[in-house]
Design a binder for this molecule. Structure first.
Ligand code: NAD
Length: 255
């Protein structure tokens, strides 16, 4: 497939590119300039640029949205809301039927759910709260949901929270803050490379297997705490994160 990756020059971009490289043809956009020696087609583009986004999506088969702005008021609306609107319009204009969107889990399970101690799932009624990041991401999510209702467009939103380099974490000593044997707090974490694999699983799924044209997933390995449920990954995508990160939540017993 020809895949447009919006916001591909951030932290998650390289992991998504690594997971898709050699399987798909990539066109990457971001508001920042291309990294030196970048190996794929690259366009410097603001997600809020309506015409630019439509032009960038021409000839593509699918869109992955990684763009995010967290604290700047204008930037948050441009990247997180208008960006999704522009991508959805571009998808409809070019007959693109797949959008894989991303965001933090609290754009669905925000502060109103903090006291729940188990069983939170991605199909809860969204309660993002009023934090700019969560609220604008939730608005962008809603924009895509409405487009998927009105158009032949399949939107999947992957929600993350914390990421770890699995190799680096493994080297931590049990006494290090947040290290081995300290319990996984909060219990929502994933290995960086698995973020790219999750995007790949959502991109490559046969659309006929999706329960609806708008699906949302909590993307984390199965953890015993059970506060956040990840079962939809296996049930719908047929995929689970290969890194289970047990060493983060298993307690070391000193005798
Ligand atoms: N990094 C995390 O810890 C984390 C946690 C939870 C969820 N997420 C989600 O994962 C996705 C990827 O995040 P990330 O970690 O790569 O974030 P990042 O901040 O590292 O990268 C975001 C990218 O978006 C680009 N961007 C910002 N404003 C833009 C605009 N107006 N137009 C075009 N590009 C713009 C930035 O230049 C940057 O390259 C986002 O949806 C984010 O909400 C990330």
């Amino acid at each position: 497939m020809k895949v447009l990756i919006a916001g591909g020059n951030g932290s998650m971009g390289p992991h998504v590119i690594a997971a898709l490289r050699g399987r798909h043809e990539l066109r990457v956009t971001d508001v920042t300039p291309a990294p030196p020696g970048f190996a794929h087609e690259y366009r410097q583009l603001d997600a809020g640029d309506h015409d630019g986004v439509i032009a960038a999506a021409a000839g593509m088969d699918a869109i992955v949205n990684l763009s995010v702005s967290r604290t700047d008021r204008r930037g948050a609306f441009d990247a997180n809301v208008r960006g999704n609107y522009n991508l959805a319009v571009a998808a409809v204009r070019h007959g693109i039927r797949t959008i894989v969107n991303t965001g933090p889990y609290y754009q669905v399970a925000g502060p109103a759910y903090d006291d729940f101690d188990f069983g939170l799932h991605p199909d809860l009624p969204p309660q993002p709260g009023t934090r700019l990041y969560a609220l604008t991401k939730a608005l962008g999510h809603e924009v895509l949901r409405v487009f998927s209702e009105r158009h032949d467009l399949y939107v999947q939103t992957l929600l993350f929270y914390l990421m770890r380099d699995p190799a680096a974490s493994r080297r931590l000593d049990a006494n290090d803050k947040g290290g081995v044997g300290q319990d996984m707090i909060p219990p929502y974490i994933i290995a960086w490379p698995d973020t790219g694999l999750a995007v790949r699983a959502a991109l490559e799924i046969d659309r006929a297997r999706l329960p609806s044209r708008c699906e949302t997933y909590f993307v984390l390995p199965a953890v015993p705490h059970g506060k956040y449920r990840n079962d939809k990954l296996g049930r719908v995508l047929g995929w689970e994160p290969p890194h289970r990160l047990e060493y983060l939540w298993m307690r070391r017993i000193d005798r």
